[in-house]
Structures are given as C-alpha cells and as structure tokens.
Design a protein around this ligand. Structure first.
Ligand SMILES: C[S@@+](CC[C@H](N)C(=O)[O-])C[C@H]1O[C@@H](n2cnc3c(N)ncnc32)[C@H](O)[C@@H]1O
Length: 389
C-alpha cells in the first residue's frame, strides 16, 4: 500500500474511534487526561481548553501547539495543513475573530466529518474545512496570512512540495508556524552519530576526514541552502520584493585550520551567493550572506571530531592545540542576538550589500582586510593564532 493510503487509513480509524466514544490512542487505553502520550498531552492551556468542546481536544493528535507560535491578528486568514479533528483551526478562528477566517485542510473523510462536527459543537462560523492534500493545496496563490500545521508534514513523502505549496498560497510577508517531529523512536547509535554530523560542525585534520564526514558537512552547510533556494525562488521571483538571507560564516572568508571541511563548505556558499546574486540581477529578489564570527552558542558543545582524529592521528597534538583556541574564541564570543539584528537590517534594506561579516571587531576587521594583505602574511597571522606549527 502506498504511504499516503496507509496514513489515510490510520487517521480514518483514529477519527472513528473518537466518533464512537473511544480515544485517538493507538492500541492502548487513554490516560485520565484523555491523552495516551506524554509528548502529546497538556499541549494547550486552560484558557484555550475552555473555548473549545471537549471532543475537539480528545481528537487532538498533534505534537505541539502551533497557534501558540504564531501571532494571529483579527481579520487575518489562517490555513492549518492536516487539520485532523480541527482543534487548531477552531482556536485560530477564535483569535482572528468574525472578520477573519480559518481553513482546515485534510485528506481523510472521517477526520473532516469529525472536524465539522466539532465546529458545529463549538458554534464557530468563520471556519471552512477543505478536502485535499497538503502537497496540492486547493487555494489560490497569495491567499492566506498564516499557515500552521501540527504534526503532519513529517507524514508526507514529498516535503519539498509541501513547502513549495505553502509558499505559493502564503501572502507576501505571511507567517509559517509549524510543530512537527523530526525523529521518532530509538535511533541506533551509528545513525544518530551520522545525524549529529549533519547538524553539527566537524573538527579534525582534512587528512583525517572521511568522504562521508565531508559529505555530511556539505549537506548541512551547502546543499541545505541550495534545496531551500530551489524551492523558494519560483515564488520569490513572482513577488514585488523579496530577500534571501544566507547564514554563512567568517570561516567562509578565512579558512580555519582543523575546521577545514567546514570552511570549505562555507567558502562554497560564498561562491554560490555571489553567482546567484548575478543570476538574479534584474529580478525583485535580493541576496545577501551573513558571515558570523565566533559567537557563544551551543555549537561548541555540539561539535564532533572526525573519526580519524583520535590518538593515532599524526595531527593529534596540533589539532588539540588548535581546537583549544577555537573553543576559547567561541565561548568568549559575542551575543548571537547581533546576528539576528543584522538579518533584520538586511531585510529592511532595499538593496543590501552581498557580504555582512558580524562579530568581534578584530575578526570582522581581519576578514575585511584579507583581500588587501599579502597572502603569506595573512597565512602566518591565522596559522599563528591557531597554533599551527
Ligand atoms: C497526526 S494527525 C494531526 C491532526 C491535527 N493537526 C492535530 O493536531 O490534531 C495528521 C492529520 O493529517 C492528515 N494528513 C496526513 N497526511 C496528509 C496529506 N498528505 N494531505 C492532507 N492531510 C494529511 C491526516 O488525515 C490526519 O488528520
């Protein structure tokens, strides 16, 4: 059976269990709170639960509270992708008021019937439940102010398409607030390690770095950006004004020894942005790259070392010395809020510059000075800083 059919069958059964007085729990009896899963229970506070019929909360299958993530203003339109029993649609409808509208989109007939029954019990008028798939949203371009979704996008086999569709129907300046899961169940240690490599930054000598580790760095630091750009650009080009702000790194301007693969991926991102900017000349899309220096973030604790960089490595001693400098620079680094301020400034500027180094004065000054310094002098400066013999 195709994945989508399995999903439809499972949620059809879940809806019927609620309609016939059961719970949405799969297999087990519900806890006294009506929910069987510690992750999915108590997601809504009492000010919300008092507004909506009990049945709507019993039908909740979400993993978060997306309406708590988004500011909803009176008169706005909201679309819930995979609305299930309709809880988030009904809560949104209350918040946008009678001049606004909340749409729920779901592909499962039984869920739509349950949601419409919950709407009737709640006595809410400004709601419409639509039958359809989140990969093919049955609404026109630029038609909603806010998209929410609660634990649904993970179920789609074509997440790129879902995001493209969401961007298509969102009005310019629209908001997207999603609660979802990324990983479920127990992840084997090996898989977990490879996933951590995806999100983290791998340190180690280039010679000690395997192709898999290099690929993982590029997946996060380069191809992730490319995938998002490819999804978003067709929609952004259709707008009067749009910005793409890429988060690069000062390591994409100054190669960092023993974080060489990370630097290489960020250098590639610099080239990507420079070329994309030229390709987008004459369009309404502006592209800028922010290059943060060292900031005090969770990045330092999350860093992985390449598998080959252990005690047997010819580089061990120099690697340890360089890593100590890297960690010291990071933990003493600037407040990451500076980066968000730069992003805000870029978005508010009609024609931003391409490059935006941000961080400690010395780091940004060195990055800016690089093109004007003799290459050998620059290399000595950086190598000495990182204690490369
Ligand atoms: C985990 S439930 C979440 C329901 C609801 N958002 C909530 O918080 O209770 C998933 C819902 O998404 C719907 N769904 C799953 N895949 C879908 C798709 N590709 N298109 C439309 N609806 C989908 C299912 O029918 C089901 O109602």
């Amino acid at each position: 059976m195709e994945l989508k059919e399995k999903v439809r069958e499972k949620y059809g059964e879940a809806a019927l269990r609620v309609t016939t007085g059961g719970s949405t729990c799969c297999g087990s009896a519900p806890s006294s709170g009506g929910s069987c899963d510690p992750i999915t229970s108590n997601l809504y506070d009492s000010s919300e639960t008092s507004q909506i019929p009990k049945e709507a909360f019993l039908a909740s299958l979400g993993c978060g509270n997306p309406t708590a993530l988004a500011k909803l203003n009176p008169g706005e339109s909201v679309l819930d992708l995979g609305s299930g029993g309709g809880i988030d649609v009904l809560l949104s409808a209350k918040r946008v008021g009678p001049t606004g509208k909340a749409y729920g989109l779901d592909m499962t007939d039984e869920m739509l019937a349950l949601a419409r029954e919950n709407q009737r019990k709640a006595g809410v008028e400004n709601v419409e439940f639509l039958k359809g798939e989140i990969e093919h949203i049955p609404l026109p371009d630029n038609s909603v102010d806010v998209i929410i979704s609660n634990c649904v996008i993970n179920l789609s086999a074509d997440k790129d398409r879902v995001l493209r569709e969401a961007l298509r129907v969102l009005k310019p300046g629209g908001r997207f607030a999603v609660s979802d899961v990324v990983v479920r169940g127990v992840v084997p240690a090996e898989v977990r390690r490879s996933m951590e490599l995806w999100v983290g930054c791998i340190a180690g000598a280039l010679e000690d770095t395997s192709s898999e580790e290099a690929l993982a760095q590029f997946q996060t630091n380069f191809f992730g950006n490319h995938r998002v750009c490819r999804c978003a650009l067709p929609h952004l080009r259709a707008r009067e004004r749009a910005h793409i702000v890429v988060i690069g790194s000062v390591a994409g301007l100054i190669a960092v020894p023993f974080q060489g693969m990370y630097s290489a991926a960020k250098f590639a991102l610099e080239g990507y942005c420079e070329a994309l900017r030229m390709e987008l000349r004459g369009s309404s899309v502006r592209i800028a790259i922010v290059e943060p220096g060292d900031f005090a973030t969770g990045f330092t604790a999350a860093r992985q070392e390449t598998i080959g960089s252990g005690q047997g490595s010819a580089y061990r001693a120099t690697f340890e010395a360089a890593l100590a400098v890297i960690k010291k620079d990071e933990t003493g680094g600037a407040d990451p809020v500076l980066v968000s301020r730069v992003v805000k400034r870029i978005i508010e500027t009609d024609r931003p510059a391409l490059r935006h180094p941000v961080g400690a004065f010395l780091q940004t000054a060195v990055a800016r000075a690089k093109p004007f310094l003799p290459a050998a002098a620059f290399e000595t400066l950086i190598a000495d800083h990182y204690k490369c013999k």
